[in-house]
Write a protein that binds this ligand. Structure first.
Ligand SMILES: *Cc1c(COP(=O)(O)O)cnc(C)c1O
Length: 219
């Protein structure tokens, strides 16, 4: 299958999952995860109409997205990988949405850069729902306090929550937990679900799914 065909297939599956979950059509947006793929591999997806893309490294993104963003002015680029505070400035300059805010230091660095640059990417807080030591994200019990801190202390608008469930577990309970935490924080956006589990995530209320290999092929 071509990239266009795989993209269409994923979009049809999203639509079917929305219907099955009795959710409104187009209530779920697709973030096409293009990490490791070069400009020429990404271009067919853009030409097929896809506009929202996700990357997990700042430096890799700087090598390919400025040119594509200049060519297609309505691209929306999401950072979905861990962010170091020394890269906060670069991230604020390039990304439209940063999904991996997960600690005070990075929140402070982002707030400072947003002030300096006058650019305000939309922000999500990443939650480590599986409490995995090697994984980024704030713990579920600290999520509400951290969201409040970002809002009250730093004046950051937090749009939603994001999670990556443990690879070897049933993702459903993790998605349910993220939805519950978002409700406690008064947040409506949930970034959850990848190639292997996006339909499950839609069932549990995902408002965006991050799909890479099902569109671009194996990395
Ligand atoms: C790579 C990645 C994805 C996409 O994974 P696939 O299994 O290729 O769909 C989604 N979210 C994050 C945070 C990722 O790093």
């Amino acid at each position: 299958m071509t990239t266009e065909e795989r993209l269409q297939d994923v979009l049809s599956r999203i639509e079917a999952a929305e219907r099955q979950a009795s959710r409104a059509a187009q209530s779920v947006s697709l973030v096409a995860v293009s990490k490791t793929f070069d400009t020429e591999a990404i271009r067919p997806a853009i030409l097929a109409g896809q506009r929202i893309f996700g990357e997990n490294r700042v430096q890799e993104s700087q090598g390919k997205w400025p040119a594509l963003k200049a060519e297609f002015s309505d691209i929306e680029l999401h950072l979905i990988g861990p962010l170091q505070s020394n890269k906060a400035g670069d991230a604020v300059a390039l990304f439209d949405v940063i999904e991996t805010v997960d600690r005070e230091k990075i929140a402070r660095a982002l707030a400072e850069e947003m002030g300096k640059q006058g650019r305000k990417p939309r922000l999500y807080v990443q939650v480590n729902t599986g409490l995995e030591p090697q994984k980024a994200g704030i713990s579920p019990k600290d999520t509400k306090a951290f969201v409040d801190f970002c809002r009250v202390e730093l004046g950051l608008g937090i749009e939603g929550l994001m999670c990556i469930p443990p690879a070897d577990e049933n993702p459903g309970p993790h998605f349910a937990l993220l939805a519950k935490l978002a409700a406690q924080c008064g947040l409506e956006k949930l970034s959850m679900g990848m190639s292997n589990d996006f339909e499950t995530a839609i069932h549990f209320g995902a408002t965006s799914v991050r799909v890479g290999s099902a569109i671009f092929g194996n990395r």
